[in-house]
Write a protein that binds this ligand. Sequence first.
Ligand code: SAH
Ligand code: SF4
Length: 408
Amino acid sequence: MRRSPRPEGLRSKDISFGPKRSRRWGFLHKKSQTLIQLLEATSTVTFVVAENAKIDIRSLQLQEIEKAVLEFGEPLYRARQIVDWLYQKRVRSFDEMTDLPRKSRNRLAEQFNFSKIDIVRVLGSRDTTRKFLFRLSDGNLIESVLIPASPALYGSRSDRRTICVSTQVGCAYGCKFCASGLEGFSRNLKPNEIVDQIIAIERENGEKIDNIVFMGMGEPLANLENLLRAIKIINAPWGLGIGARHITVSTSGLAPQIRELAEEPLQIRLAISMHGATDEVRGQIMPINRRYNVETLLSACDYYAERKKQRLTFEYILIEGVNDSDEQARLLGRRAKRLSAKVNLIPYNTVHGLPWSRPSKDRQEKFLSILRERGVAATLRREKGHDIDAACGQLRLQTKRELEAASS
Ligand code: SAH
Ligand code: SF4
C-alpha cells in the first residue's frame, strides 16, 4: 500500500529513549521523568520536527506539546495552558500567552513557528455563502467557503454553519471541469494552515462553525498525513472540538488512501467525487480514473463502508451532455445501491475559461427521479453561491489573473 508523501520540509523522528536517555532527561525533576516514561508507555507518538524550518506549534497534538514542555524542564500542565491559548483564546503570538513565564514564551518562540494566514479578499455577504481568499506566510493563495445554513447533506442538521476547507495549494489531479486543477499543483498545506482557515473565518464572521467539509482546493487524501493531524486538532476537546461526524472528507478516488483512512479510528465521513458511472464517462473528465478505475474505487469504498459501518456519499456534478444521460443515472443508481451510498447531485458551476455548463432544470430533476425510483437516497443541490463562483479554486484563479493583468 502506498503511503502519502511526507509533507514538505518535515521529517518524522521517534524520540529516542536509548542510551542517551539519562543525559537528555537528567536535568529534569524526577516527577517529570516519570511522566515521560508514562507518556512513552501509553503511546507511540511520532514527533515531527522541521528539517528546514521550525514546525508550527499548531501542527502538534497535545501529547507532543506535553513532550516538548517536559523536554524544556517545565511542568506538564504548561501544555494545557498553551493549547488553551491556541484554540480557546485564539491568540496570534507566543507573546500574548500572558500567564506563561517570559522564559517559557521565549523558549516556545525559539523552538516553534507561529505563522499567520491573512484574509486578502472576501466575496459574499454575511447571510449568504461567503468566499475567503487567504495569503499564506510564503505568499501562496488558497480559498475557503463559508456556507451559513447548509442543507442536511452530510448527516448534519440543516442549520449548521459549514466551512469548505482547502488542503493543498492547487491540485495535481487535473479534473477537466475543476478550477483548482487548472494551474497545477504547488504544495501540500501544513496542518496549521488547514486548521487556521477555520479559526480565521470564525474570527472574521464572529460565529462558531459546526460542520467541516474538505471540499476546497486540493485532494485531501494526497496530503493524508497533514490532513489527519489537522482533523485530530479540529476534533479534539482541547482543540476546536468539532465532532468527527461533522467532518467530511471528499476524494476524487484515491483507492489505496481510502483503505488507509478506513484503518483510522476517527468516525469522519467520506464523500466520493464520482461524476461518472462508467469508466468511459468518468475517465473522460477525471484522469485519476485511469489509475483507479470505477471497480477499483468501488471496492475500496466497500471496504471503507464495511470497516467503518458507515454510509458513504457519492458527489455527482451534473454536466450537460457529458454525464447527465438517463443511462448514467441508472448505472449510478446501481452503484449507489450496492454500497447503500447516498447521492448528492450538484449542478455544475461554470468556470471561466472552461467549456462546460449545467443541464437544464428539467434534466437535473429527471436524473434525480431515476435515482429515487430505484430507492437511492438522493438530493439535488439547488445550491447557493452560484453567483459568487462557489466552486473552489475560482476566486484564487480570478485574483491571480487580475494580478497578472495589472502587472503586465
Ligand atoms: N479533490 C477532492 C476535494 C475537492 S473538490 C475531490 O475532488 O473530491 C470538491 C468537490 O467540488 C468535488 O466533488 C469536485 O468534483 C467539485 N467541483 C469541482 N469543480 C466544480 C464545479 N465547477 N462545479 C461544481 N462542483 C465542482
Ligand atoms: Fe483536484 Fe478535486 Fe478539482 Fe479534481 S475535483 S482537480 S481532485 S480539487
